[in-house]
Design a protein around this ligand. Structure first.
Ligand SMILES: [Zn+2]
Length: 71
């Protein structure tokens, strides 16, 4: 339990709020890209989100199956 801070002493860090918003929007963009992407393997897309770039196509996602329907 803490005493409520009077409004005149309330400080809001707008830079921190803007930074949190930017990060949140980047996450939303990544999810949107993952969902709408029609070219890059889903596994490769996920791996690249986490900073890796050396994943091979999985061969079983919808994108891979569309590129190689015989698999
Ligand atoms: Zn794939």
């Amino acid at each position: 339990m803490q005493e409520r801070v009077p409004v005149q002493y309330l400080r809001i860090d707008m830079l921190r709020i803007a930074e949190r918003r930017r990060i949140y929007e980047a996450k939303i963009d990544a999810v949107q890209h993952y969902a709408t992407n029609q070219e890059l393997c889903r596994t490769q897309s996920l791996v690249s989100y986490f900073g890796e770039s050396d994943a091979t196509p999985c061969g079983v996602c919808d994108i891979c199956l569309k590129k190689n329907p015989a698999a």
